[in-house]
Ligand binder design. Structure first.
Ligand SMILES: Nc1ncnc2c1ncn2[C@@H]1O[C@H](COP(=O)(O)OP(=O)(O)O)[C@@H](O)[C@H]1O
Ligand SMILES: [Mg+2]
Length: 257
């Protein structure tokens, strides 16, 4: 087991000036195996970003633990890579310099990191843009730089937080297929959180479904398709069936807690 999130509970103050607390995560357990692509599917506000703050050590659970490769990393930052909801590129750094940021923070050797960065930027379709600045790129291209940056960090596990939410539908589908291909080449393990059923089905090996808060895991599904996955999958009746099944799992509990 690479990542093992076990029975985590998190509450936040309901509002300023009250002692009342809102329970957000109510005993969530999930795991990611070596080389596995796992998606967590949950409605907005169910605590998906909170899961990353826990795994990233920025937040401590009231109860429960987070282990990476068997070691307790609860409350310990720096052990998982993270690609945020917005690309969050530094505007004064070029594409190449932005993509080197995670490696730089980790203290990786510059020459090796730069060679890898150039390789991955090329795979990401960004050859020729190494010295461009973020504001010269489209939204999709910025997300690719953000992904390459996360990939170049030393962490074994990459957390992707609704990475394509801000893109238009066409670009989003292209980026999802692109990400699936690149992930296959990278050999990394990925935990993706999303509210998009299609995104989870297109990308993941396995899907966890979260309830609305107080949040629990309400379903788990193995995704059967081989890789690489192509857009034709969208027209596959089996795809439609699993999509409906996930939709019903999410709907049946909405407002039930
Ligand atoms: N620091 C915080 N203080 C108070 N409430 C918070 C805090 N962080 C998140 N929340 C609440 O916890 C819930 C889950 O938030 P979040 O993890 O961002 O959800 P998601 O990413 O699934 O949309 C939301 O209701 C949010 O308002
Ligand atoms: Mg979020």
């Amino acid at each position: 087991m690479l990542l093992d999130i076990s029975d985590v509970h998190v509450s936040f103050p309901a509002s300023r000036g009250t002692d009342r607390e809102v329970k957000v995560l109510d005993g969530v357990s999930l795991h990611v195996g070596q080389g596995e692509f796992v998606a967590v599917l949950g409605p907005s506000g169910s605590g998906k970003t909170t899961l990353f703050r826990l795994a990233g050590g920025l937040l401590r659970p009231v109860r429960g633990s987070i282990r990476l490769n068997g070691a307790d990393i609860t409350g310990k930052p720096g052990h998982i890579g993270y690609m945020p909801q917005q690309p969050a590129l530094l505007p004064w750094r070029t594409v190449l310099e932005n993509s080197l940021l995670a490696a730089e923070i980790a203290g990786s050797e510059r020459q090796t990191a730069e060679r890898q960065a150039r390789e991955w930027l090329q795979r990401a379709g960004l050859a020729g843009y190494e010295h461009a600045y973020p504001d010269e790129l489209s939204g999709g291209m910025q997300q690719r730089v953000s992904f390459v940056r996360a990939l170049l960090g030393p962490q074994l596990l990459l957390g992707l937080d609704e990475p394509f939410g801000a893109l238009d539908a066409m670009t989003r589908l292209e980026m999802q297929l692109w990400l699936g291909d690149l992930w296959q080449e990278s050999g990394r393990s990925v935990l993706l959180v999303t509210h998009s059923i299609e995104e989870a089905l297109l990308l993941a090996d396995r899907i966890y479904v979260l309830s609305a808060k107080p949040t629990r895991v309400i379903a788990e599904m193995e995704v059967p398709w081989e890789r690489p996955r192509r857009e034709e999958l969208l027209a596959d009746p089996a795809f439609a069936r699993l999509k409906l099944q996930l939709y019903q799992a999410m709907r049946n509990q909405a407002g039930g807690g």
